[in-house]
Design a protein around this ligand. Structure first.
Ligand code: UD1
Length: 366
């Protein structure tokens, strides 16, 4: 029996862990448990995703909630340690780059339990991003590095990770997208918000670098206001961004004409993206999803850890200078831009490949 403890905590983790929990069921020799750290706790950020993605109820919920990075990471570590000591897993599987990922990887490795990192090797090379610190730390202590795109393999090799630890398995987030795409067509999100297919732009923003500084946030709102004069803009507002917008609104009114929408479930958000004319975002996962959906994506950041979405997908890295964003927006507006392809192994079977790797790599051999 191989005992696997699987960690999720924040919204983007749920789409990554779901294909793994499903894949384990094909292996009678696996005893898999799911731990939710509680980093995200609002129903719209967590419970809804468990229902829509048919995730099993977590075996354990650590209920850590929000806090500073140190508080949140420390709280997860303290509460996770006894779980590992009790379950005695062969593997702890962590996904992505959030605080839950790094906290649980640290606990496991210090207890001598092997760590497998799903979505290993991605690098923005921007150490001001909390997620980049999390990626570098997790990869340096993981025993099995499960990589979603070729750049990840190159980055890990350059960092000196032994070849036998690196496995290019493809993208689990795309497993979930492909599995649910048909169901998302039943969503009523367009009619709920009075939108026409391919007749609007979807916006999401939550990176500290874009939303924490009032001047930066207001500059981006100004861009959305400009775009809104040409096509409706739907801004799906993350809770941390909602707080920042509320603060901004105390000083001066927010630009009129923006349609602000509360966080959506997985199926509604996929339907909204799939039917968008274009997406403007600072999310990591949305760069990948738009690539598969063939929807132009303008990434409002100076860097991306997912370069395959630019070389093979629909992503345009436009930075945060309004002039550049609007220039690319007008190019996209006037005709399809970018090659639309499917990155290697983004085929719906990454979860299966990961389960096989965990079972064929004896925890003692790494
Ligand atoms: C976290 C991840 C980020 C990921 C994002 C997706 C880290 C360092 N960051 O950022 O990589 O892209 O999730 O959503 O782990 N809040 C709520 N309800 C919730 C959760 C959060 O209101 O259910 C609010 C709280 O005010 C909280 C703030 O959002 O303080 C930020 O939450 P936090 O988990 O610290 O980071 P995110 O910005 O969500």
């Amino acid at each position: 029996m191989t005992r696997i403890l699987n960690i999720c905590g924040a919204r983007p983790n749920f789409m990554k862990i779901a294909p793994l929990m499903r894949a384990y069921r094909e292996h009678p020799g696996v005893e898999a448990k799911l731990v939710h750290t509680g980093q995200h706790y609002d129903a719209a950020m967590s419970k809804l995703f468990f229902e829509e993605l048919e995730l099993p109820e977590p075996d354990v919920n650590l209920h850590v909630g929000s806090g500073s990075h140190a508080q949140q990471t420390a709280a997860i570590m303290q509460k996770f340690e006894p779980i590992v000591l009790d379950f005695k897993p062969d593997w702890v599987v962590v996904v992505g780059d959030v605080n839950s990922t790094v906290a649980c990887a640290l606990v496991a490795t210090k207890l001598g339990v092997k760590v497998a990192h799903v979505e290993a090797g991605l690098r923005s090379f921007d150490r001001t991003m909390p997620e980049e610190i999390n990626r570098v730390v997790v990869d340096s202590i993981s025993d099995l590095l499960l990589v979603s795109e070729p750049s990840g393999v190159e980055n890990l090799r350059r960092e000196g990770v032994p070849e036998h630890k690196i496995k290019f398995v493809g993208n689990v987030m795309i497993d979930t997208l492909l599995q649910h795409r048909e169901r998302s067509k039943w969503s009523t999100v367009l009619s709920d918000h009075g939108l026409k297919p391919k007749g609007y732009v979807t916006v999401t923003l939550h990176r500290p670098s874009n939303v924490d500084d009032p001047a930066s946030l207001r500059r981006l709102l100004g861009v959305f206001e400009q775009v809104g004069k040409e096509m409706p803009v739907v801004f799906v507002v993350h809770p941390r961004t909602r707080g920042k917008l509320d603060e901004l609104a105390k000083d001066a009114p927010l630009p009129a004409g923006l349609k602000l929408v509360s966080p959506l479930g997985y199926l509604d958000f996929m339907a909204l993206t799939d039917n968008s004319f274009a997406v403007m975002t600072d999310s990591g996962g949305i760069q990948e999803e738009t690539t598969i959906l063939g929807v132009p994506c303008l990434t409002l950041r100076e860097n991306t850890e997912r370069p395959v979405t630019i070389t093979q997908g629909t992503n345009h890295l436009v930075g945060v200078d309004p002039k550049n964003i609007l220039k690319t927006w007008h190019a996209v507006r006037n005709g399809p831009m970018g090659r639309m392809g499917t990155p290697e192994l983004w085929d719906g079977n990454a979860g299966r490949r990961i389960a096989s790797e965990l079972l064929t790599t004896p925890a003692s051999a790494t």
